[in-house]
Design a protein. Structure first.
Length: 62
């Protein structure tokens, strides 16, 4: 029969890798969301400029 030994250092390493993998996936998801928001804001701004709106939102009118 083969003796299988338990390696606590290997177990801890694997557990740490799982945490890192989950953290990386969460960070990539958050970054993708930020990019999507920035892209949509750029498109909205371009549409506003194309429609002829100009000036700052806070600029006095008159």
């Amino acid at each position: 029969m083969v003796v299988i030994s338990f390696n606590p250092a290997g177990y801890e390493f694997e557990a740490g890798m799982v945490v890192l993998r989950k953290s990386f996936k969460a960070a990539m998801g958050a970054l993708a969301d930020e990019v999507a928001v920035a892209r949509q804001e750029a498109v909205d701004y371009k549409h506003t400029v194309d429609e002829g709106a100009s000036g700052s939102v806070n600029a006095p009118r008159g």
